[in-house]
Write a protein that binds this ligand. Structure first.
Ligand code: MTE
Length: 340
């Protein structure tokens, strides 16, 4: 599971190539047949990495991603309003300011990023502080595939088949103390590997390391997910390898990448975008079509991979990104206009 110089598509023959539609269709058929949940059956999905071939920047992709054994969790699929975003788009249209602020910068600049060895520390208000290495991240918990909507605060969105495990499983293993109220997350700080951390211009003015946070109830919600893969294989560095958070009812900036520390606390932790521009980015950052960003509307979004870059086709943004049934209770009595 290391990065190698040899491009990952080298090992595939033309005859192996299966378009994304086949992946979508295979998933639909298996679902209809009641096979979802049988991880072994879906191992062929792991070959979804061949979709790398469709990437228009394939010459830049020098990492090797490994297949991840997983089961299917389709519990949240009813929320999905569109086809899976092609893998080639998910891994070339990124926000990861540690590698530059342009959408193609992370895929271009992160290829040499070392993810193994890795160390993730879970500490703070827990009974059993944990230190997990790369293999622990991949093997300690049963991995499942979940497809979630990712809605960026910049009003674009994707439909991503993540592979990982619930954040709650990790927190339960560490044993959260009863007076804990929040969980803080921290990305690796390594300016030698992450050029955006060396230069204020390249790093978008963020004060590194990138930090994020959730309330303890948000963190324990079954929707909060630790992703170690996408499209059946380990994450590429530009998507937050080896492990990132996925909080599908919140704007994408909450879904912090390449995490090295998770700290359970009894107060609200600082968060990077809120520190940078508190009037524009709140702590909660729930997807909300009724509360506009001060500089643009949040009522609609552009689905990446559908229509051209300048296509006028937009879709309506859903409250809590469509996940209201699972999370609206967390905010009862809270004024979401003030607590945006
Ligand atoms: N995590 C770190 N460490 N640095 C970042 O710049 N960008 C965030 C989030 N996590 C970011 C990050 C933003 S703004 C978004 S929209 C998502 O990652 C994008 O995830 P993706 O590139 O996998 O689509």
């Amino acid at each position: 599971m290391h990065f190698h110089k040899k491009p990952s598509w080298d090992k595939f023959k033309d005859s192996d190539v299966t378009p994304e539609e086949v992946f979508n269709d295979r998933r639909r058929i298996l679902k209809q047949m009641g096979f979802l949940g049988a991880g072994a059956l879906l191992s062929s999905n792991a070959n979804a990495g061949i979709f790398d071939l469709f990437g228009n920047k394939k010459e830049k992709q020098t990492f090797l991603r490994s297949d991840l054994p997983h089961t299917q969790n389709t519990e949240y699929d009813s929320v999905l309003n569109g086809a899976l975003t092609p893998e080639s788009k998910i891994i070339t249209h990124n926000n990861f300011y540690e590698f530059g602020t342009g959408k193609s910068d992370p895929a271009e600049n992160a290829q040499g990023f070392k993810v193994d060895p890795w160390k993730l520390v879970i500490d703070g208000l827990v009974d059993n502080p944990l230190t997990l290495d790369y293999d622990d991240l991949m093997k300690l918990f049963a991995l499942e595939e979940r497809t979630h909507l990712l809605r960026c605060v910049e009003a674009w969105s994707m439909v991503v088949p993540w592979v990982g495990f619930p954040l709650a499983s990790l927190l339960k293993k560490a044993g959260v103390k009863s007076h804990a109220t929040h969980v803080a997350f921290e990305t690796l700080f390594d300016p030698e590997q992450m050029p955006g951390q060396k230069s204020r211009l390249m790093g978008g003015g963020i004060h590194y390391p990138y930090v994020e946070g959730l309330t303890i109830n948000e963190a324990m919600n079954p929707l909060s997910f630790m992703a170690v893969g996408l499209y059946g294989k380990t994450l590429p560095p530009q998507n937050g390898a080896p492990i990132r958070l996925v909080v599908p009812w919140k704007y994408g900036f909450k879904s912090i990448k390449s995490i090295v520390r998770i700290r359970v606390m009894d107060k609200q932790p600082p968060t990077s975008w809120n520190q940078l521009a508190s009037r524009e980015y709140g702590f909660y950052a729930n997807v909300n079509p009724n509360v506009d960003h001060p500089r643009w509307s949040q009522a609609t979004e552009r689905r990446i991979g559908e229509g051209g870059l300048f296509s006028a086709k937009r879709i309506n943004t859903q409250m809590f990104n469509g996940y209201g049934e699972q999370v609206a209770d967390l905010y009862s009595g809270l004024d979401l206009t003030r607590h945006f």
